[in-house]
Design a protein around this ligand. Structure first.
Ligand SMILES: C[S@@+](CC[C@H](N)C(=O)[O-])C[C@H]1O[C@@H](n2cnc3c(N)ncnc32)[C@H](O)[C@@H]1O
Length: 223
């Protein structure tokens, strides 16, 4: 197996131990193999909507893990057997929401790494009765990613609007990668605002003020 990217390492590090781990949209299959290599699960289910992508995962697992994996061409969770933990990584947030909301059965643990629209993913998780146990931004190879791990609980989570937009741990702890992502976003907005007038400009200025507040909040309240 080739050397894992920092993004994949971060994702694997955040996954919980499981009996049956499912990687929905697995493509290369590296994460499922790392879960088995690390003894973090007994069996894996690898799925992809593309048979060609899934074949890569099957080829990776076949030699060493025959009998410990199931490979299925599937759209989201459709036709996927029981798993106690599932990962959906590297897809857009809207696609992830579609997968979650159309699933008949969802696992106890859902780990999600959306490429955009993380706010929509957070809303879908809370609506589906999950508590968000990890929710933060990390940087890998110069890009910023959100990572959310959620657990189904009897008492659903309560997120406020800012938490939906930015992620609870980010606001609570202002981790360096998140802070850097906010500074980068602010610089882009400042550039854009320089060429604008009227309402459009004042909307962007409000957003810049919101970002300044996040970065400079010395009285960070534990949420
Ligand atoms: C960018 S790759 C990400 C691969 C891997 N999860 C990762 O994070 O490195 C996205 C994969 O998701 C698959 N995919 C997209 N939509 C899907 C869906 N609705 N159900 C299952 N797989 C899907 C694609 O075929 C592709 O292999």
């Amino acid at each position: 197996m080739p050397k894992l990217s920092d993004r994949l390492k971060e994702i694997i590090g955040g996954l919980k131990d499981a009996e049956i781990f499912a990687d929905i949209g697995c493509d290369h299959g590296y994460i499922a193999k790392a879960m088995l290599d690390g003894g973090k699960c007994k069996r894996v289910i690898v799925t992809d909507i593309s048979a060609k992508s899934l074949k890569k995962a099957e080829d990776l697992l076949a030699k060493e893990y025959s009998g410990r994996y199931t490979a299925i061409v599937a759209d989201g969770f459709n036709g996927v057997p029981y798993a106690d933990e599932a990962l959906i990584a590297g897809m857009g947030g809207e696609e992830i929401v579609k997968i979650i909301s159309s699933a008949e059965n969802l696992p106890k643990i859902l780990a999600l790494q959306p490429m955009k629209n993380s706010d929509k993913v957070r809303r879908a998780l809370v609506k589906s009765g999950y508590k968000l146990i990890k929710d933060y931004t990390f940087k890998s190879d110069g890009k910023f990613y959100d990572y959310i791990v959620a657990e189904k609980t009897p008492e659903a989570d309560l997120y406020d609007e800012a938490e939906y937009e930015y992620g609870r741990e980010n606001l609570r702890y202002l981790y360096p990668d998140f802070k850097e992502s906010v500074i980068k976003k602010r610089a882009a907005l400042e550039n854009a605002a320089a060429n604008m007038k009227g309402d459009e400009k004042s909307d962007i200025e409000k957003k810049i003020a919101e970002l300044n507040k996040i970065i400079n909040d010395d009285n960070r309240v534990l949420r």
